[in-house]
Design a protein around this ligand. Structure first.
Ligand code: TYD
Ligand code: MG
Length: 455
């Protein structure tokens, strides 16, 4: 028997190495390399062994201008928020990875989508995790149309492809990539080599046949299991379904998308009747108490291609620790520390002996700098124990010298706030539109002290 070729693949970045090493020299993470067997003698698809190009056909040299520019014929998934994250619908021949923690609702989302789409086109749902009875029971409970959707309980990639070749579906779901295995590799399912190789074979099938492939991938807490990370370079779109267990809201976020904008956010609620899309997400994150309370403020963040109103809360309390606590939930910890320093230096407010906790309500995670100003004003409000008006909305980036910097799409943010009944906005001066915004009193600020004075 031919000797098996070994390679080492980083679980974090997917880089290959010919020798084992403790630290990945590509991404710098420690202990992330695992052994990958490249199949004995048989051709491995992901490691460049195949002769076919990305589209599965023999490649030819073409002049760029000679490339045929057919309009990518997208079709809707039937769920608006899903389409939004995909960048306007599904593209034939694309491979989409839906990642998330177990219980996030990946199978539910795909079952709902597939049952609806199966009414219009041929669709195959391969489940390696749940039995067909379980899935049928769920579909019945959710009152989904059950006729038309073809089901297969199978974990062998070769068998799946055999069935798919017969059926020629337009849509193929494999739930999940961690339980399927290919004969090319003799390691256990779920390992990096199996996941990588299986995904490569399935993706190639999708490209060759123009099938939309949707792969489910579990993300573990510590991320050590062969995670979707190693797949990211071969798939076209990677979406992450997130949500805490105690909240019924789920967000679907685009992490990578070759056919649309990344960081697009879709919002769903997990109800008795399955996942329901939420078309106006601002309204759910804004369920506030009736009376104004200190430390609470509404800000406008930008999620993908739309503004989102979210409440931010701060609690500043006298600390009994030698190193007071700084806790940020839904925001970046380092940014909080930096902003507190700016507040001290340019706002004259000293929090060195105070514990500071900040939280973005509703489990939203904000990675945008536009939250800076709202965060600082919420802290000031809690520190002074003075509530801020309920109809006030704030956004803006704060620089290290205390300047308030403009953020992208300022006008749209202000309009969104006006639409939800807010009357007053403290915003970066450069974001104020010339004609103002109807029904909104705008307070343009250039420096942090102006914003503090405006409170
Ligand atoms: P599931 O789609 O099986 O998650 P995943 O495939 O990501 O592991 O969803 C499971 C969770 O969703 C489970 O905790 C129960 C909850 N759920 C509801 O609350 N309502 C429903 O209608 C359904 C189908 C699931
Ligand atoms: Mg599942």
């Amino acid at each position: 028997m031919a000797k098996q070729k070994l390679a080492y693949v980083c679980n974090e970045c997917g880089e290959d190495f010919s020798k084992w090493q403790g630290q990945c020299s590509n991404c710098g993470n420690w202990n992330t390399l695992s052994e990958v067997r490249l199949g004995s003698g048989k051709r491995s698809t992901s490691s460049g062994g195949g002769y076919a190009g990305a589209a599965g056909q023999q490649a030819q040299i073409l002049d760029l201008s000679a490339v045929e520019l057919s309009e990518t014929p997208r079709f809707s998934s039937g769920i608006g928020e899903f389409d939004r994250v995909l960048g306007g619908g599904m593209v034939p021949g694309s491979a989409i990875l839906i990642g998330g923690h177990p219980g996030a609702g990946k199978s539910t989302l795909l079952l709902q989508t597939m049952c609806q789409l199966a009414q219009r086109m041929s669709a195959l749902y391969v489940s390696g995790e749940e039995s067909l009875q379980q899935i049928a029971m769920r579909a019945q409970r959710l009152s989904l149309p059950m006729q038309g959707l073809k089901m297969l309980a199978e974990t062998s990639v070769e068998r799946i492809l055999e069935m798919a070749t017969q059926l020629q579906p337009k849509l193929l779901v494999v739930d999940s990539i961690q339980v399927v295995h290919t004969e090319l590799i003799d390691s256990a399912p779920g390992g990096v080599s199996q996941v990588r190789e299986s995904a490569a074979i399935l993706t190639r099938f999708a490209k060759q046949t123009g099938t939309v492939l949707m792969l489910v991938g579990h993300v573990t807490k510590d991320g050590t299991l062969a995670g979707p990370k190693v797949l990211e370079h071969m798939i076209d779109a990677s979406l992450l379904l997130e949500g805490s267990h105690d909240s019924r809201f789920r967000t679907l976020r685009g992490i990578k998308n070759r056919f649309g904008a990344v960081n697009e956010l879709g919002v769903f609620a997990m109800l008795e009747q399955g996942l329901k899309e939420i078309k106006n997400p601002s309204s759910i994150f804004l369920q506030r108490t009736e009376h104004a309370v200190p430390g609470s403020l509404v800000m406008v963040v930008w999620e993908g291609t739309r503004p989102l109103l979210v409440e931010i809360q701060a609690l500043v309390d006298e600390s009994h620790l030698s190193a007071p606590r700084r806790v940020a939930v839904g925001l970046e910890q380092n940014r909080l520390a930096m902003l507190l320093a700016v507040l001290h230096r340019h706002g004259g407010l000293h929090c060195g002996d105070q514990d500071v906790f900040v939280n973005v309500v509703g489990g939203v995670r904000v990675a945008e700098t536009s939250a800076d100003l709202a965060l600082l004003l919420a802290i000031v409000s809690s520190f002074r124990d003075q509530p801020l008006p309920q109809d006030l909305v704030v956004f803006g980036e704060v620089g290290l010298s205390g300047e308030i910097r403009p953020v992208p799409s300022g006008q749209e943010r202000i309009r969104e706030a006006a639409k939800h009944g807010f009357k007053r906005a403290i915003v970066p001066a450069a974001n104020v539109p010339k004609g103002g915004v109807e029904g909104m009193e705008l307070v343009p600020v250039k420096f942090l002290n102006e914003a503090l004075a405006a409170l």
